[in-house]
Design a protein around this ligand. Structure first.
Ligand SMILES: *[C@@H]1O[C@H](CO)[C@@H](O)[C@H](O)[C@H]1NC(C)=O
Ligand SMILES: *[C@@H]1O[C@H](CO)[C@@H](O)[C@H](O)[C@H]1NC(C)=O
Ligand SMILES: *[C@@H]1O[C@H](CO)[C@@H](O)[C@H](O)[C@H]1NC(C)=O
Ligand SMILES: *[C@@H]1O[C@H](CO)[C@@H](O)[C@H](O)[C@H]1NC(C)=O
Ligand SMILES: *[C@@H]1O[C@H](CO)[C@@H](O)[C@H](O)[C@H]1NC(C)=O
Ligand SMILES: *[C@@H]1O[C@H](CO)[C@@H](O)[C@H](O)[C@H]1NC(C)=O
Ligand SMILES: *[C@@H]1O[C@H](CO)[C@@H](O)[C@H](O)[C@H]1NC(C)=O
Ligand SMILES: *[C@@H]1O[C@H](CO)[C@@H](O)[C@H](O)[C@H]1NC(C)=O
Ligand SMILES: *[C@@H]1O[C@H](CO)[C@@H](O)[C@H](O)[C@H]1NC(C)=O
Ligand SMILES: *[C@@H]1O[C@H](CO)[C@@H](O)[C@H](O)[C@H]1NC(C)=O
Length: 753
């Protein structure tokens, strides 16, 4: 290598040179870092503006040379003012001390770059390890040494200065006192700035620590305490009595090392103490040192002042700062922005959320990047701020569970209610609600009202054909009986409706009145007036009380009148009770009979067709002429005949295939032995005669041929006639009530409005 002219004058001093090396920092960037059209890399090293490798791509003083003869290519600072000087020389044997070197040759080599950081305005370069070995030489022997110094700005102020904060002076050896020599004193042994002492008498070393035993280091004093900036430096060794070698250290450990190196980079190990040129061989390119760079010929514009034309901080989101050491300024991105402040749009928002180890959102929050920062909003259901503290549950878990539970219950209840309402509506429609609503004499109750009326179906007063019969009480205190009917489907719907309409039209004192219905259930309920004393059946057969003959007659007449009314209400004579029997004749407190369960058998016949023959009516009362389910009004008359027998004999009607109950009675009458059959409670001759007369009416009802039977009106009239006759014969009985047909209550025909 040729020596630049600048150094010719320094040659003699170079003899005193001691060498070392240094370091620098940098980092990599993904955003555009160089000027448009300029290469931003040399090999794998990023080259951010103001640095550049091509003309027009760098600010003056920031040129980088990319040497492509290496693979990968290596980057060097351009040599115009920043370089190392490397020289070789002999120690002079006759010099007191070992710091005199006869320089044999020397050269200038460029500073190789490790990396550059525009955001911190730092770079790292490779510096040398100064090595000084004595083995093979006697104490005063000449021997070859390699020397190195570093120039950062040979020709006046340049961008680069050694970073006082990020480097240390370090020495390694068993008896070494390295010195950093700087500035104009670089070629002398005096005027040094830093020194440290590493000393070791006994072989007690600790790997990893650099505290004086085999290794020493010292950092730079704060800049305010030194009146200069470090733009040229080298490492030399303090003359010392290296050869007071009592324990052979000089033989095993002949070399001393000194270096300016990035702090915390080198890790001492005892291995480095032994052998020749160990560190130089370990780090052939050198060791890293850190340089600050800045724009030296300018300063930050004051507030409101127009920045100069060559102002370097051109990125948005950036500002200007005084250089860390030396003159000038540097550019920095704002906090939470990163990138290259020296180019347009170089500072970009940092997505803090991509760096959770640096920017922390506490658990329960979600990291949200914002321009110039980030936020940690708490997840839904939590409150607080994930950036300043922890998010906490809006509701503690038990409350959540409770709320959740309550909500579920409410939803379920609503669903059930809706379902229920829909069901009620469906039943209502299915059971003919819309039609029955228009019918005059019947009131339609909701299932809720019915529940109220029956006090939640509390009192059962009997068992009907279709199920239990409940007692209820209307608002006006009137007592009512509520009965289930049959399940209504599309085919039976019309019959049901018709039946309800007919029944509601039946208004007669001897017929249990239909008051209303409730259709909002699978099986509709019908509401009737409540008749206190229960049925004639109960009175005759479940009671031992004497039943006076006049009462029996009144019951017979009233029942007959009710049935007659029923039969007369339909010109086509299709209406019949279908199940006339003592159990279906109810008695109020004054023993006024009321026909009940009207039409039931008809509904039964429709509702349960396959069981019809068993459920229609009561076999004990059934008309033997009944064939194939064809019932006529005369069938009711037949059944009423049997009721008359029960009234006369007070013996419960029974059924057998021979119809013994009826035939025995008929036979007794024919044989003039009817009085033998009469209830033993009836003792007066007058009453017995009356009963014998009623027996005759019964016989007329029981004729095998329906055509020959009386009709109900005739039955009624015949019994009334019997009573009149007995009165005319001077009887003092005073019959009240049902002595006349069609007394005060006017006849209402079904459907009459
Ligand atoms: C550059 O490449 C070399 C070798 O491939 C590698 O050792 C070094 O770490 C790389 N440097 C950077 C800054 O990526
Ligand atoms: C590249 O490096 C080689 C080897 O050190 C050297 O000979 C050559 O001159 C360098 N080239 C440039 C352009 O610096
Ligand atoms: C010792 O050094 C001086 C110069 O410093 C030189 O003149 C002299 O010749 C040297 N002596 C020997 C013996 O080399
Ligand atoms: C250095 O020493 C070697 C051998 O001791 C000798 O050959 C060489 O000439 C010397 N060089 C100078 C510059 O004194
Ligand atoms: C300088 O001298 C040393 C020692 O003799 C030698 O190894 C090296 O190659 C020389 N360098 C140049 C550039 O002559
Ligand atoms: C230091 O580490 C090296 C290699 O790991 C080991 O050989 C040596 O014994 C260690 N020295 C001490 C003093 O622990
Ligand atoms: C620094 O140097 C200037 C002149 O170059 C001098 O006036 C000043 O006193 C020095 N300060 C210190 C702390 O040495
Ligand atoms: C020194 O040790 C640290 C921690 O183990 C490691 O990261 C670093 O790379 C080491 N330095 C060198 C030069 O090996
Ligand atoms: C700073 O130096 C650059 C390059 O030498 C020059 O273009 C610029 O005008 C200078 N600025 C000032 C304020 O001196
Ligand atoms: C992240 O937050 C947790 C808890 O808030 C804390 O312990 C941890 O040190 C934080 N980590 C960082 C890198 O800030």
């Amino acid at each position: 290598m040729t020596m630049p002219w600048q150094y010719s004058q320094l040659l003699p001093i170079l003899l005193l040179l001691a060498t070392t090396h240094t370091i620098v920092a940098a980092d990599t960037q993904q955003q555009p870092i160089a000027l448009a059209g300029c290469p931003d890399k040399c090999g794998n090293i990023s080259i951010p503006f103001p640095f550049g490798t091509k003309a027009g791509c760098f600010r003056e003083g920031f040129e980088v040379t990319c040497n492509y003869s290496f693979n990968p290519p290596r980057a060097f600072l351009a040599q115009d003012s920043t370089f190392h000087i490397v020289g070789y020389g002999n120690y002079s044997a006759n010099y007191s001390g070992r710091n005199y070197v006869d320089v044999m040759n020397y050269s200038q080599v460029p500073v190789e770059l490790l990396d550059i950081s525009a955001s911190t305005s730092e770079l790292r370069g490779y510096g040398a390890v100064r090595s000084d070995c004595i083995d093979g030489y006697s104490k005063y022997d000449d021997h070859l040494v390699k020397l190195q110094g570093t120039f950062l700005g040979w020709n006046g102020p340049k961008p680069f200065l050694l970073s006082p904060l990020r480097n240390v002076l370090m020495g390694v050896g068993w008896n070494v006192k390295p010195k950093m020599v700087l500035g104009g004193s670089i070629f002398t042994t005096t005027g040094y700035m830093l020194a440290c002492l590493a000393y070791m008498r006994y072989n007690v070393l600790t790997n990893g620590t650099c505290t004086g035993r085999g290794c020493c280091q010292t950092s730079f004093p704060p800049e305010r305490d030194v009146n200069f900036t470090i733009n040229a430096f080298s490492v030399t060794f303090e003359p010392q009595k290296l050869l007071d070698d009592n324990d052979g250290m000089s033989t095993n450990s002949p070399c001393s090392y000194g270096m300016i190196v990035e702090s915390s980079w080198y890790n001492f190990t005892s291995e480095d103490m032994f052998g020749r040129m160990v560190l130089a061989n370990k780090y052939p390119r050198g060791v890293p040192f850190v340089l600050d760079f800045a724009i030296r010929n300018g300063s930050c514009p004051t507030e409101g002042q127009q920045p100069p034309q060559d102002y370097a901080c051109i990125s948005g989101n950036s500002n200007c700062a005084k250089a860390a050491s030396g003159d000038g300024y540097v550019c920095r991105c704002w906090d939470n922005y990163d990138g290259n402040p020296y180019i347009t749009n170089g500072c970009q928002d940092v997505d803090e959320c991509q760096h959770p180890h640096l920017y922390n959102c506490s658990s329960g929050s979600i990291c949200k990047n914002t321009p110039g920062g980030y936020e940690c909003p708490c997840k839904s259901g939590m409150r607080g701020n994930g950036k300043e503290g922890a998010c906490s549950e809006n509701f503690p878990l038990p409350a959540k569970v409770a709320v959740g539970l309550a909500a579920s219950i409410v939803i379920i209840v609503l669903m059930v209610m809706t379902h229920q309402l829909l069901k009620l509506k469906r039943f209502y429609e299915q059971n003919g609600g819309p039609i029955l609503k228009g019918v005059k004499n019947i009131r339609i109750y909701t299932s809720k009202q019915l529940k109220q009326i029956t006090d939640n179906y509390k009192v059962v007063i009997g068992e009907g054909h279709f199920g239990k019969v409940y007692i209820g009480r209307l608002e006006d205190k009137q007592e009512v009986a509520i009965k289930k009917t049959i399940e209504v489907d599309e085919t039976s719907k019309q019959d049901f409706i018709d039946e309800v309409i007919i029944q509601s039209g039946m208004r007669h004192k001897n017929i249990v009145r239909l008051l209303g219905c409730c259709l909002e259930m699978d099986v509709p309920m019908l509401m009737y007036e409540y008749v206190v004393k229960g049925s004639l059946y109960d009175v005759l057969f479940k009671n031992k009380d004497n039943v006076p003959v006049d009462t029996r007659l009144r019951i017979a007449i009233g029942s007959a009148e009710g049935l007659a009314y029923m039969h007369s209400s339909d010109v086509k004579s299709t209406i019949r009770h279908g199940d006339v029997k003592s159990a279906n004749i109810l008695l109020d407190e004054s023993f006024t009979p009321k026909i009940s369960d009207f039409g039931t058998s008809k509904l039964l016949a429709r509702g349960k067709s396959e069981k019809t023959e068993w459920v229609i009516g009561d076999k004990s009362y059934i008309d033997p002429a009944y064939l194939g389910g064809i019932l006529t009004q005369k069938s009711d008359v037949y059944s009423f005949g049997i009721v008359l027998i029960e009234l006369i004999t007070r013996r419960e009607a029974t059924y057998d295939d021979k119809r013994t109950y009826v035939t025995n009675f008929i036979q007794a009458c024919q044989e003039q032995k009817a009085r033998n059959s009469i209830d033993n409670d009836i003792t007066s001759e007058k009453d017995i005669v009356l009963m014998e007369m009623v027996s005759e009416v019964a016989l007329e009802c029981l004729k095998a041929n329906p055509e020959e039977r009386l009709d109900m009106r005739e039955v009624e009239n015949r019994i009334i006639h019997i009573i009149r006759k007995s009165e005319q014969h001077g009887q003092d009985r005073n019959y009240q009530g049902n002595l006349r047909p069609n007394s005060e209550v006017p006849l209402l025909k079904p459907g009459e409005k």
